[in-house]
Design a protein around this ligand. Sequence first.
Ligand SMILES: [Mg+2]
Length: 175
Amino acid sequence: MRVIFLDFDGVLNSHQSFNFWKNKRDQTKWENEMYSEWQGSLKEYLAMEFDPIALNNVEDLIRSVPDLKIVVSSTWRLGETVESLQKILAPAKLVSAAVIDVTPRFPGKPRGEEIQDWLNRHPDVTDYVIIDDDSDMLESQKDHFVHTSTLHGFQYGDKLWALRILGISHPLQKV
Ligand SMILES: [Mg+2]
């Protein structure tokens, strides 16, 4: 099994996507709908404004690597279960279906330690990629880390880098 440790903020959304959706919608209408008609959770609502291109890039990764699963390392996991995270990600079906677990929470410690704890408990993992806009990973994880931009989220080039880490060459890498 291969695994992506997936952050959400700064990966599946970004300053760019916030700005895009803000300009797309009528703010007053959005707030009214949100508080009066929306039946789902706040996170499910906010996830509808994830960056469709970033989600598509994650879907491409999953299509390219058949045994690839997602472990959620984002703070979005707090107070959630695998099932509720799958529901939050439901608009991106492939991404949603690939979620199998979350990392533990060690308050005040680097995210890299939470990821390492999960890896230590799963010796069946043959390779992994950490996708995050923060950089508090361990030195030993450096070669498995795709550092996204908080401004732009998970871009096409980031996807190519993730594929390269997983040992899958992509025709465009040669260009
Ligand atoms: Mg983040």
